[in-house]
Structure formats: C-alpha cells, structure tokens
Design a protein around this ligand. Structure first.
Ligand code: CP3
Length: 361
C-alpha cells in the first residue's frame, strides 16, 4: 500500500457524468449542478451558519464540508461545489475585507494606485490550510460525486478591490485599466498568482474539477477583455494544466460577446448565462475557433424562472436540453447563482427532470 497517490486517484470517478461530459464523452445522463447550490436557499444551511460570519465559516473545515454536502444530499446533483468565496484567498492573505449580508464583499481600503498594488499581500498556501482540510474531509465523504473547486478570476477580484465593493458600472476599475495600464497589469498579475495558489491548494487536496468565476467580465468590451484580462486568466488555466488534468470550467455573466475569447483562455467547458441560447453559444464558439472540437457548454436556466411555477420551469428545462444537444457536451446549470428565496423543492425537481429526460438517450 502506498499513500503517495493524490487523494482523487483513490476514488473511482471514471463514470461520473460531470467529468465524462466535461471531457466531451457520452455520460449516462446529462449532469446537473447549480451555481450557489450551497447557501441561503436551504434552511439547513441557515441553521448551521447561524452565528458564524461568512469568512469564518469558510475557514472552518467541518462546517465547509457540511455545507458543501447539504445540496448533494438534498438534490442529488452530479457535483458538489466547495463552500467558499472568491474573496477568501484575499482575506486569508491579509487584505482588509468582509462579506456583508445582502451586499457582498466590502474592502476597507480600496486600491487606487501603484503603491496600493505593491502593498497587496500575496497568498501563502498555509493561510488557506483549512480549505485543504475541508477538501480532504469532502473527498472521503463524497464517494462517486465529484467535487468542484473554484476561484475568482483576476478581473472580478480586481473589481472588488478597486471599487471597494460590488459595482454596477465598474467605473474606477475601468479608469485604472485605461489610465494606468502598467499598474493594471501588475495588479492582475498579482491576483492571478493568488488565484493560482488558491487553486493549487485545492487541487493538491483532491478537487476533481475547477471553475474559474469571472462573474463581472461581461462589463467589458471584447477589445478590452482581450487586452486587459485574457492574458491573466489564460496564465491561470495554463498553470492549472501544468499540475493537474482535471477539467476546467470558465464562467461569467453577460459574456455573450466574450465566449470565444473566454474559451481561448484554456478551459474545457464554457459557462453560458441565460441571455444566450446554448445553440447560439455553440455556434459562436465554433465560429471563433474554426476546426476546434465542438465546445462543451454549461448552463443556462435563468435563475428567476425558478419562481414561475413548475410548468414554466419544465418547459424551459426541455428547451435548454434541446438547445444543448449539438454541443460537444452539456452540463446543465443555471445561468447564474441560485437566488436566496428560491424554493429548494423546485431545484430537486429540476435535477430529477434533467436526469430522467436524458437517461440512455
Ligand atoms: O454553492 C456554491 O456555489 C458555493 C459557494 C460560493 C459562494 N460564493 C458562497 C457565498 C461560490 C462559488 C461563491 C463565489 C462568488 N462569490 C462569486 C462568483 C459567483 C457569482 O455569483 O458570480 C462572487 C461574485 C462572490 C462575491 C460574493 N460573495 C457575493 C456577490 C455575495 C452575496 C452577498 C449577499 O449576501 O447577497 C457573497 C456572499 C456569499 N458567498 C454567500 C454565500 C453562500 C452569502 C453569505 C451568507 O450566506 O451569509
């Protein structure tokens, strides 16, 4: 017996639908999971989180494992996503920030120029050791369900750091990008280092896939995305590929114009929000890279449709499955995260419907 194999190599995930689909194979059913599946839509989540601030919860391994498992137990989804947050590595590295309920991440001293960028701390792996411990607990408990690790992409992290919090227009971020491109690129390089380190820790502990969230990249023109963001996101995907062959997913909101460029950063799977039908997304991805393999896509039920009653939800699920048929693979998901007031029963029914509608096709 040797203990040197990575934890993931000791679990048999060969037939896991998520991993089969992500690699362009034929899964036994279309895999389904939901962004933000672990969280406030679940009463059991609210119960265990009571009295523990968000970031503290993310650094408590047993709590992370329990919250990550909750939607897997309840909905029977095809993947767990690590309970954490995109700003956690910044917080762990020593950046003054908090997650304020109902608002999101709030940074105490926003970045505005080169001296702030030089002062930005880098992440040492031991600062996120509790995350590795949580992954260790999870891979033991999950059995044949894959665990998705994740991190925030440099642009989305930069937006929080420069704006000081959530932003509608990202005006300070865009001002820095265009007025001082050199400082901008140094900032994004540092953030890419942090993200890569955070992913390295998760991969070392045994996650089976990763998703890079560039949630707010849709605020950029294709031209700005290519010049100011893409090289940094690409470096993360290349860095992950150097250490692991797990599938990589890339997602952002409102990124219909950026899909081809986001694929060129290096993920196997492109996440699509609800604004672009999956068949249109596939056509755009194929046009952007003629001759490449048919793209694998993830998405894209509008999370607001979950409030429209079962008949509407059922219709939309069937439409999306149909529109995903010509992709190189389809991972069913929402077009963005589960909204906190969503009825969890509906999510369970969506999982069941996707599974039964696509079994042994
Ligand atoms: O289930 C999962 O998807 C895993 C957990 C997860 C969280 N955050 C937990 C969380 C994931 C993948 C994230 C990523 C994240 N965090 C993103 C990228 C995904 C996206 O939605 O685009 C972003 C932009 C953030 C930043 C952030 N953190 C926001 C905007 C918020 C919401 C603030 C609010 O209260 O409305 C958070 C807080 C957060 N992250 C919560 C959870 C469960 C809520 C905090 C709480 O329950 O107290």
């Amino acid at each position: 017996m040797t203990n040197s194999a990575p934890v993931s190599a000791r679990r048999d995930l060969t037939d896991a639908p998520l991993l089969v689909a992500a690699r362009g194979g034929k899964p036994r059913h279309t895999p389904v999971w939901f962004m933000r599946q672990a969280g406030r839509s679940l009463p059991e989540y609210r119960k265990v989180r009571e009295g523990t601030p968000m970031l503290q919860a993310c650094l408590t391994p047993e709590l992370v494992a329990e919250i990550t498992m909750q939607p897997v137990r309840r909905h029977g989804v095809d993947a767990a996503i690590l309970f954490s947050d995109i700003v956690l590595p910044l917080y762990a590295a020593g950046v003054g920030l908090d997650i304020v309920a109902g608002t999101g991440p709030v940074v105490s001293r926003p970045i505005s120029g080169p001296s702030d960028v030089s002062a930005l701390p880098s992440l040492a792996p031991e600062q996120v050791a509790p995350v590795a411990d949580a992954v260790g607990l999870l891979v033991k408990e999950l059995g044949s369900t894959p665990l998705i690790g994740f991190a925030g992409a440099p642009f989305t992290l930069a937006s929080y750091l420069v704006e000081g919090g959530p932003s509608r227009n990202h005006e300070r971020t865009k001002a820095l990008m265009h007025s001082d491109p050199q400082t901008w690129h140094v900032l994004l390089e540092k953030l890419a280092d942090t993200t890569l380190e955070f992913l390295r820790v998760q991969l070392g502990a045994g996650v089976d896939a990763i998703q890079l969230f560039d949630s707010w990249a849709g605020a950029l023109s294709l031209r700005d995305y290519r010049e100011f963001v893409l090289p940094h996101s690409r470096r993360i995907f290349e860095g992950v590929a150097e250490i692991s062959d797990v599938p990589k997913i890339h997602f952002g909101v409102g990124t219909g114009e950026l899909l081809g460029a986001m694929r060129s950063a290096g993920p196997e799977v492109v996440g699509v929000d609800w604004r672009v039908p999956l068949d249109t997304a596939v056509a755009r991805l194929c046009a952007a890279e003629p001759g490449a393999a048919a793209p694998v896509v993830q998405g894209n039920l509008d999370p607001a449709v979950l409030f429209a009653g079962w008949d509407a939800v059922e219709r939309e699920v069937h439409r999306i499955l149909e529109e995903g048929r010509d992709a190189g693979g389809h991972i069913f998901n929402l077009g963005h995260g589960v909204l906190p007031t969503t009825d969890p029963e509906i999510l369970s029914r969506v999982v069941e419907l996707v599974h039964t509608a696509t079994a042994q096709r």
